[in-house]
Design a protein around this ligand. Structure first.
Ligand code: UDP
Ligand code: MG
Length: 328
């Protein structure tokens, strides 16, 4: 039986990418004729003509091109979940619509899928990023891996093939503070890495600002582990212990030699250091508290304006009471 594979394409202000997209997806169709293909575009609240381009592709070839139109910009993570929810395939492949992910890797992914792997992730072989960005990302991964028992795949993005079992697992994880990269690791299943060379962005420009990257990094850490909370505790305990020893030392010194009122620098350093530790710990607690706050509202991850132009929003959206994430 022919199996269906969905390519999920989240898009935010990508009107310029569509010519290339059409050409590349045409190649996927031509080079992998053994599968039924679905190209599922998710419009993540674009403010340019992205939606019009999607409508055009759907009009031209409704058998292959579908689109989900979200009610506003929810971010790539949410857009991908929408893709998981609406994908019809036995497997799906997530790709950036700017086509930085080469379609040449797809046959290899399919081959491993046929071999029985559930999660075939693409690993960037060489990175075009700056030395600083490469370094910081390496340190970050090391930190992340130290803080958790779940194995983390390095140098992977969202370019991957997921079997239906993985898709259904991911659809059950409906946290609003999403870090999909961490979720891929968390669900487990049989994983296999393939290598690829990341291409330059052809049109438009990257939407990540430095602040967003910092946000992503903190998010990744705090949605993955409570290790920073533990760190704050350990730091608090060690500082208190040192302070206590120092206290004994001062008492003994005062008793033996008297107290000639000195020690302004010691006082200053201690106060500043303690203040710093307290602020850091408060900040860490705040990060987690914020997550609890967002999550406790139980809001849907995204809202749908239309699917292929039809307004059926919440019906398929996985936000019905009682069956969160388990629709269809
Ligand atoms: N994207 C999205 N919503 C957003 C930001 C980005 O759906 O809020 C999509 C974007 O259209 C692209 C993919 O996510 O298909 C990757 O974005 P981008 O190319 O800006 O990131 P980079 O390649 O620089 O990591
Ligand atoms: Mg890109």
């Amino acid at each position: 039986m022919r199996r269906k594979v969905t390519i999920v394409l989240p898009a935010y202000n990508e009107e310029a990418s569509f010519e290339l997209l059409k050409e590349r997806m045409g190649r996927v169709l031509a080079e992998n004729p053994d599968y039924d293909w679905e190209f599922l575009m998710v419009n993540d609240g674009s403010t340019d003509n992205t939606l019009q381009q999607m409508m055009r592709l759907h009009r031209e070839d409704a058998g292959h091109w579908n689109y989900v139109d979200l009610s506003r910009n929810f971010g790539k993570e949410a857009a991908m979940l929408a893709g998981f929810d609406y994908a019809r395939g036995d497997a799906l492949i997530v790709m950036d619509i700017d086509m930085q992910h080469p379609v040449e890797v797809i046959p290899e992914m399919l081959r491993w899928w046929e071999e029985g792997y559930d999660d075939v992730y693409a690993q960037r072989r060489s990175s075009r990023e700056s030395w600083f960005k490469r370094r910081s990302s390496r340190w970050y991964y090391r930190l992340l891996q130290r803080s958790t028992r779940v194995p983390i795949q390095q140098n992977t993005g969202d370019f991957r093939l997921l079997d239906r079992s993985c898709i259904d697992a991911l659809r059950r994880l409906r946290e609003t503070e999403r870090n999909t990269k961490g979720l891929y690791s968390w669900i487990g299943f049989r994983k296999k890495g393939v290598y690829y060379e990341q291409l330059e962005r052809q049109t438009g420009r990257s939407k990540w600002s430095v602040m967003q990257l910092i946000d992503l990094a903190i998010n990744g850490l705090t949605s993955y582990t409570v290790a920073p909370l533990r760190m704050a505790t350990i730091l608090g305990v060690s500082v208190s212990l040192i302070a206590f020893l120092y206290l004994i030392y001062i008492i003994i010194k005062t008793v033996l030699y008297g107290d000639p009122v000195a020690g302004y620098p010691t006082l200053m350093v201690t106060i500043l250091f303690m203040g710093g530790v307290q602020l850091l710990s408060l900040g860490i607690i705040g990060e987690y508290l914020g997550k609890v706050f967002m999550e406790s509202k139980g809001r849907p991850v995204y809202l749908v304006e239309s699917y292929n132009g039809v307004k059926d929003g919440d019906k398929e959206n996985g936000v019905k009471d009682g069956d969160k994430g388990m629709v269809r």
